[in-house]
Design a protein around this ligand. Structure first.
Ligand SMILES: *[C@@H]1O[C@H](CO)[C@@H](O)[C@H](O)[C@H]1NC(C)=O
Length: 158
């Protein structure tokens, strides 16, 4: 029996790379879909990836931890050489429970991985506003264009 899918939305810079690393490394065996999109929080839009997942198979906390593991959450409005609010690090939550979990995991990841080297997570955690699917050619872009642009921070950091 499967449960109702939940939606997770993560922004970690150029969405080609965010999507690529989630699809390539994250064990989402039966997650039904991942789409790159543009999502807005309370402020401006950001490039984001929207993941539909079954919470019985993968927990939201695991997704949040993986999100932190695969980009640099310590720079404001910047990922590597990409600068601008559209590249900011953000978690857009779709339920109050997700907001709680996102805050808890952020504290844990801060203590475990960032406090030791004196850096600080600046990721915004906001309720998701409206989002728009990006044009079709952006979907799975780096799988279809293996030599396409990859942001330098999109790798496994631990
Ligand atoms: C601090 O640690 C994080 C997590 O391992 C790593 O991604 C980051 O590059 C480190 N920063 C510095 C300045 O060493």
């Amino acid at each position: 029996m499967t449960s109702t899918p939940e939606i997770a939305i993560f922004a970690s810079g150029c969405f080609w790379g965010t999507e690529h690393i989630f699809v390539k490394h994250f064990p989402l065996p039966r997650a039904s879909s991942r789409r790159v999109s543009v999502c807005s929080g309370e402020t401006q839009h950001a490039e984001a990836v929207r993941i539909e997942f079954d919470p019985k198979i993968v927990s939201y906390a695991e997704l949040v931890e993986f999100f932190y593991r695969t980009h640099d959450p310590t720079t404001v409005n910047q990922q590597g050489g990409d600068v601008g609010t559209q590249y900011r690090s953000a978690i857009f939550t779709t339920t109050p429970e997700q907001a709680e979990t996102a805050k808890r995991v952020t504290k844990e990841v801060q203590a475990k991985h960032f406090t030791p080297n004196g850096t600080k997570i600046v990721t915004a955690i906001d309720a998701a506003g409206p989002w728009w699917d990006a044009e079709a050619y952006h979907q799975l872009y780096l799988f279809n264009n293996p030599n396409g642009y990859q942001c330098s921070t999109h790798r496994l950091h631990w």
